[in-house]
Write a protein that binds this ligand. Structure first.
Ligand code: F6R
Length: 249
């Protein structure tokens, strides 16, 4: 694991954008795995700036998002579809046909999940996966449990996640209790992973990710088994890591 500690959220976002830009410049038809939530918003803003400056071309890029809430339509402002268009796709030259996001309103969820995985395989797999992390160590919506999904599935959200995400809704009762999420297999098959984290409330999850036991109670700890993971985290999120560790991993 490569651990890059930045001064603050902005420099975390800039560093991550440089890595994503490097990926797209070297391979214009890159397949990106994308995350939603507060953490990657700064990264997406930086990518938009690079596109507007003429430094980045998304016309051949293919994207797959990690997850989508159950039973929210694409035009619902709380859906991850809406989030992605609002925060990124509406501002760059991505081709709509190159964007894939799980359909939270699918009539047959098993089929939706199977076809999503097949579409990822058919494009040759994910070159670069962007991840945020839950306070409970979830990645995508792979929640801590006695076992984890390898495959993409409809999953129950934990109370921790429902509480954390209630900040985006008018009331906690409105937060969907379920979501479609890619499985751990999709994440761990990505050739390269960037995990972003900012703020003290992520420090414990980051410590467990880096130096905890690999356990289904902390899904992000499985990233220790991946050969190319880059943690780009701000000082606050790194505050529980010891310096020795940062240098030695
Ligand atoms: C979002 C996702 C989640 C978030 C995580 C952190 O697509 O898969 O795992 O990355 O919940 O969310 P924020 O960034 O809002 O703290």
């Amino acid at each position: 694991m490569r651990i890059i500690v930045t001064e603050d959220y902005q420099s975390m976002s800039r560093k991550a954008a440089m890595m994503v830009a490097g990926q797209i410049s070297l391979k214009p038809d890159s397949v990106l795995g994308l995350a939603t939530g507060s953490t990657p918003i700064g990264l997406y803003q930086e990518l938009i700036k690079m596109y507007q400056a003429g430094d980045l071309d998304f016309s051949k890029v293919r994207t797959f998002n990690l997850d989508e809430y159950y039973n929210l339509s694409a035009d619902d402002p709380q859906s991850y579809h809406y989030f992605m268009y609002d925060n990124l796709f509406n501002h760059i030259n991505m081709k709509p046909e190159n964007v894939s996001i799980l359909d939270g309103m699918a009539s047959d969820f098993d089929r939706e999940c199977r076809e999503y995985e097949k579409a990822i395989r058919d494009c040759g797999g994910i070159d670069l996966q962007i991840l945020g992390i839950g306070v409970n160590g979830h990645i995508g919506f792979n929640e801590p449990d006695s076992a984890l999904n390898v495959y993409t599935a409809l999953v129950d959200l934990t109370d921790d996640t429902i509480n954390a995400n209630s900040r985006f809704f008018d009331s906690p009762d409105l937060v969907p209790r379920k979501a479609l999420s890619v499985g751990m297999g999709v994440i761990l098959r990505a050739r390269r992973i960037i995990l972003l984290a900012s703020g003290e409330n992520k420090a414990e999850a980051i410590r467990e990710t880096v130096s905890g036991l690999v356990t289904t109670n902390t899904p992000s700890s499985f990233l220790q088994l991946h050969p190319d993971v880059n943690l780009i985290i701000d000082k606050a999120a790194a505050s529980l890591l010891d310096g020795e560790l940062i240098r030695s991993v």
